[in-house]
Design a protein around this ligand. Structure first.
Ligand code: GLP
Length: 244
């Protein structure tokens, strides 16, 4: 779906998330959301905050699982995805702290595999993700599933692509300061979500969007695996869709 601009698109996505949260509330159930970081979802989070403040949308029944976190990463560091989520969403809504899940960048490397299995188990224990929000990296990554990721991959420690580290270098004051690794939900983890929305804005995403939507399905561009799913929607602005 192509919208005139990212503001309109972000509001539509936020509306869909709000509708899901309210339907779950009425059924007396929790809404299990997979969330993303990066510049792309900021407008969605801003609209959800507005709905909370102005329309009384409650997040008391919402459980969140974030896609990824740099490794190693201290939660209180400016670049951590914990800081990002707190500033962009969690500090401004009534979500319960115990319902927030973000991969732990402080673990000893030996403990990461067990943590990742537990992350998967926890998602399953809630009955799986009702909804997964995605951005896309210029390598074609979803979460931090870089080229080479398998379609059935689970949550795990990965090595970041050079282009991904270059794209993150501004946040870290130089590529050399960007962690070389990250913990990410796998392509397989993402796939199990009952509804998936991938968003992309601006001209700089146009060529990777063309590859993701129209390119050959291959682990060279992990986002192409989304072509195999019947419950994925790409939501784009005109610029990101301009090469389709
Ligand atoms: C990071 C995140 C991804 C995100 C990507 C794109 O690599 N781990 O989940 O999709 O950045 O970022 P942006 O939205 O800033 O373009």
């Amino acid at each position: 779906t192509v919208y005139d601009n990212q503001d309109i698109a972000s509001k539509k996505v936020a509306q869909r998330i709000a509708t899901l949260i309210k339907a779950k509330q009425e059924a007396g159930e929790k809404a299990i959301l997979g969330l993303a970081t990066g510049a792309t979802p900021v407008g969605v989070y801003a609209e959800l905050i507005r709905m909370h403040k102005e329309e009384g949308l409650s997040f008391s029944n919402v459980v969140t699982f974030n896609l990824d976190e740099y490794f190693p990463m201290k939660p209180n560091a400016a670049q951590s995805y914990v800081t990002f989520m707190n500033e962009q969403l969690f500090n401004h809504i009534d979500i319960k702290k115990e319902n927030i899940n973000i991969p732990d960048g402080t673990l000893a490397e030996n403990d990461v595999a067990a943590f990742c299995l537990e992350y998967e188990r926890k998602i399953s224990a809630y009955g799986g993700l009702d909804f997964q929000l995605l951005g896309i990296g210029r390598t074609g990554h979803i979460g931090f599933n870089e080229p080479g990721s398998a379609p059935n991959s689970g949550t795990r420690l990965v090595t970041l692509d050079d282009l991904t580290r270059r794209d993150a270098s501004r946040d870290f004051g130089g590529k050399e300061n960007v962690p070389t690794k990250a913990i990410t939900m796998g392509v397989g983890t993402i796939f199990k979500a009952r509804e998936i929305i991938l968003m992309a804005w601006n001209q700089k995403k146009a060529s990777i969007i063309k590859k993701a939507v129209e390119g050959e399905i291959s682990s060279d561009v992990p986002a192409t695996f989304l072509q195999l799913s019947d419950h994925v929607e790409f939501i784009l602005d005109k610029e990101a869709a301009s090469e389709l």
